[in-house]
Design a protein around this ligand. Sequence first.
Ligand SMILES: [Zn+2]
Ligand SMILES: [Zn+2]
Length: 59
Amino acid sequence: MSEKLSLVTCTSCGKPIPPGSESTKFLCPNCGEIQIKRDGKCRKFGRLYKCPNCGFQGP
Ligand SMILES: [Zn+2]
Ligand SMILES: [Zn+2]
């Protein structure tokens, strides 16, 4: 039931990304099926993200 949240969460830290923040999103460079989303903080600090589909980890 909570699977389809409309709120975007950061793939790195799992926190909700407020609309209008300096977030970025891109497709997973490995499988290209999952959209990775990162908030401004995680982008700035270069935190790792992990693709929930293929397990790829990247900066
Ligand atoms: Zn984050
Ligand atoms: Zn992937």
